[in-house]
Design a protein around this ligand. Structure first.
Ligand SMILES: Cc1cc2nc3c(=O)[nH]c(=O)nc-3n(C[C@H](O)[C@H](O)[C@H](O)COP(=O)(O)OP(=O)(O)OC[C@H]3O[C@@H](n4cnc5c(N)ncnc54)[C@H](O)[C@@H]3O)c2cc1C
Length: 499
């Protein structure tokens, strides 16, 4: 039998967007406002993060890879309490100056102001302990990248990270066992729950409508926290519904719900920051697993070649799957795992209508094609990363976009790494930054929500996550998502006062 649950506000998803909305609205609980966060994924706490890849795959949507229909790219996102902030690295960027003003002018959003968003960045950074860590955080993986950039005269910059009492164990992307990563699991959700917001894990919303939503509550997987609700179908009634299910799910949920007058733009203009990792074998031990994984980036090629190069570290399985082919060569290379340095290129892709989420037979489908410009950027980035590593003294360099397993000198980079080797299905480009699908805009024919995340034509339905962005942020996006979610929360609060 379907149970009915009544709230004033139902928030769908507990990641960067949903967690922030929950924290901001939680002050209303003291006035008797009833708020729930429905999260499809399980509730892992820091005690559950055991740093083992096979055990932690349950935190991810489809065990960590949602491929596009073209098999050109696979997206990673989390499905657990805290959303992708439970598995992110904590690299903290403000949206580049001018981006918000550009959205305001290009998409008919005069209510968006750069100074408003900048002020939110400052406040949120303080709340979540974002800061530039000391150089004692520099491990050999990061040192190699810095030295290579310096040798080539490239600007090398340090990330701001939102971490506290970090033990530098390197396993951020499998959940932080020390609670040092200050994502929504550790900051916004505990604050919200302490003030009276109800968190319902294992609760998948299947349909939304004006005034409520339908859901299925599942059992808690072993070793995770259960809610007070028994498994089974549920009907939520809520004055306001906030969809913050992430780019992979928010537009799919709206499309599945067959809302009246839903914009034809729903699901479209997805951007992903297509990414490729590459590896260098160094003469000295690197031990990338020892220390904080990401400290530096270079934006030297952002304007001219459209990507950032960032340091990275990956666990054995991810590293092995990111190498070309099978057999003796990758096996030999993996034996040097403790001598491997790693970098990731993140491409600034354009928002294009044909890159979209669709719903087919009730299932989400991701249609995404790498543009010529993104393909060129990926190839060029692999060459540039190789130059950095050889300048730092690498013995060999391995890139997926190469006609040979490994490259042993900088002179080979241009001829070995070419677009011909970027074959869909063979080279799986990855993404951890899906954005768009419910883009903000002034015109309901070409946008899904207004500047405050309200779905056009539906005064009690809001979106508050990465899917709001009309274009990519170019930089790692979580801080921008939180800032926009805060704006949505303020509008929801104002709207509640009218009921
Ligand atoms: C491995 C990794 C590393 C990253 N590192 C960084 C970084 O260092 N810096 C940075 O800026 N960004 C990083 N990101 C990206 C960043 O984490 C995301 O951009 C951000 O968390 C997205 O916020 P969101 O609210 O849109 O979605 P999410 O945080 O993904 O949250 C969406 C939530 O909604 C839930 N949900 C989905 N469908 C439903 C449904 N039907 N019913 C109920 N709940 C549902 C999901 O389970 C999920 O928990 C990283 C991402 C990954 C995967």
């Amino acid at each position: 039998m379907t149970r009915r649950l009544d709230y004033d506000v139902l928030i769908i998803g507990s990641g960067a967007g949903g967690g922030t909305v929950a924290a901001r609205l939680s002050k209303l609980c003291g006035e008797g406002v009833r708020i729930a966060v429905a999260e499809a994924g399980p509730f892992y706490t820091r005690e559950d993060f055991n740093m083992r890849e096979p055990d932690m795959l349950g935190m991810f949507v489809d065990r960590g890879a949602v491929p596009s229909t073209s098999f050109e790219i696979a997206v990673t996102a989390a499905q657990c309490v805290g959303g992708s902030t439970s598995v992110y690295t904590g690299v903290t960027f403000r949206a580049p100056e001018g981006l918000v003003a550009g959205w305001a002018s290009d998409f008919g959003l005069p209510e968006l102001r750069e100074d408003d968003v900048q002020a939110r960045f400052s406040r949120i950074e303080t709340e979540i302990d974002a800061h530039v860590p000391g150089l004692d955080y520099e491990n050999e993986n990061n040192r190699v990248f810095r030295r290579g950039c310096e040798a080539l005269g490239l600007p090398v910059k340090q990330f701001r990270l939102n971490i506290k009492d970090c033990q530098r164990c390197g396993f951020c992307n499998l959940g932080c066992p020390y609670g040092s990563k200050r994502g929504t699991l550790e900051v916004q959700l505990p604050e919200a729950v302490a003030r009276g917001v109800e968190l319902i894990p294992n609760c998948t919303i299947t349909r939304v409508y004006d005034g409520g939503a339908e859901a299925t509550i599942g059992g808690a997987p072993p070793g995770t926290q259960a809610s007070r609700h028994a498994p089974g179908p549920v009907q939520f009634r809520a004055k306001i519904v906030v969809v913050a299910a992430g780019t992979l799910s928010s537009s799919a949920l709206l499309l599945r719900s067959q809302l009246a007058n839903l914009s034809p733009a729903c699901g479209k203009y997805i951007t992903l920051h297509p990414a490729l990792t590459s590896f260098a074998r160094m003469p000295q031990p690197v031990r990338g697993f020892d220390g904080f994984p990401k400290l530096y980036y270079t934006d030297a090629y952002s304007e001219s070649e459209h990507y950032y190069l960032e340091t990275a570290f990956y666990f054995p399985f991810i590293t092995a799957k990111s190498l070309p082919g099978f057999g003796p060569e990758p096996t030999r290379f993996m034996r040097s795992y403790d001598h491997l340095a790693c970098t990731i290129a993140l491409v600034h892709d354009e928002a294009e209508e044909h890159n979209r989420i669709r719903v087919k037979d009730g299932q989400r489908v991701l249609e995404y094609h790498l543009s010529d410009s993104s393909r060129q950027a990926l190839v060029q980035a692999q060459r540039r990363a190789g130059e950095i590593y050889f300048a730092a003294g690498a013995l060999e360099y391995v890139s997926l976009v190469s006609d040979r397993f490994s490259i042993t000198s900088a002179d080979e980079l241009a001829s070995a790494i070419t677009e011909r080797s970027l074959v869909p299905g063979k080279v799986v480009v990855s993404s951890a930054h899906p954005m768009g699908g419910c883009r903000m805009g002034g015109d309901p024919r070409s946008s899904v929500t207004d500047a405050f995340g309200q779905v056009h034509g539906h005064p009690s339905l809001f979106v508050a996550d990465a899917s709001l962005f009309p274009t990519s942020t170019k930089v790692n996006p979580y801080l921008t998502i939180m800032a926009f979610a805060e704006r949505v929360a303020e509008r929801v609060e104002a709207r509640l006062r009218h009921f």
